[in-house]
Design a protein around this ligand. Sequence first.
Ligand SMILES: Cc1cc2nc3c(=O)[nH]c(=O)nc-3n(C[C@H](O)[C@H](O)[C@H](O)COP(=O)(O)O)c2cc1C
Length: 213
Amino acid sequence: MTALSGMASLVLLAITWNRLMDALDAILTRRTVPPAKMGPPGPDAVELRRILAAGAAAPDHGLLRPFRFLVVQDEGRARLGELFAACVRRAALDVSPQEIEKQRTAPLRAPVIVIVVAKVEQDHPKIPAIEQIAAAAAAAQNMLLAAHALGFAAKWATGRQAYDEGVKAGLGLGPADRIIGFLYLGSYAAEHRAAPRGGIEDIVQAWPPAMEG
Ligand SMILES: Cc1cc2nc3c(=O)[nH]c(=O)nc-3n(C[C@H](O)[C@H](O)[C@H](O)COP(=O)(O)O)c2cc1C
């Protein structure tokens, strides 16, 4: 190895290491921010493209690309609010006018909403539905992380609306499509104290477990 190529390798190693740390920082510092604590601006066109590209970079068994991202902004948010309001009206006859109004205005609190949809091919010969849904969930998490890395607040939410056939039809989705989540994206507008996270002790164990006695 020449002195020059040795130096180039060192520089490359330093850059790679630095990127690795950035990714870990983003993963470990990301916290959910409720849309009520968000405000404008949302990601601009270039930032949004990077966020969506991060979603499309999710691991995907069989390269089926079993996910779609519906980008809702501007007037589209009011249309989404109408679908949410209709959803709670359908769910309960005695729903209060306040609840209907809350649902109608819910999407207006975030400048951008990305709806992550799993396009599930039920009878795929090799890739079961759960893996296609897992790929779409990985896409959602990639987008949350990308938004966080770009300095935006974000929340992944589902609720009754995600499982409502009327909402799905209103979004142009078919019966086999699954809404994985509504990703609310915006700027930090108010302080939010995230709930403490548990450690890893309760969820990690060696396998096989140590033999007793
Ligand atoms: C599939 C999925 C659906 C979720 N739906 C909701 C929801 O409808 N409402 C809610 O408050 N949190 C929901 N969450 C949880 C929050 O997005 C958040 O991850 C959780 O409160 C933990 O906070 P953290 O992200 O700061 O660790 C959902 C998370 C996932 C993975």
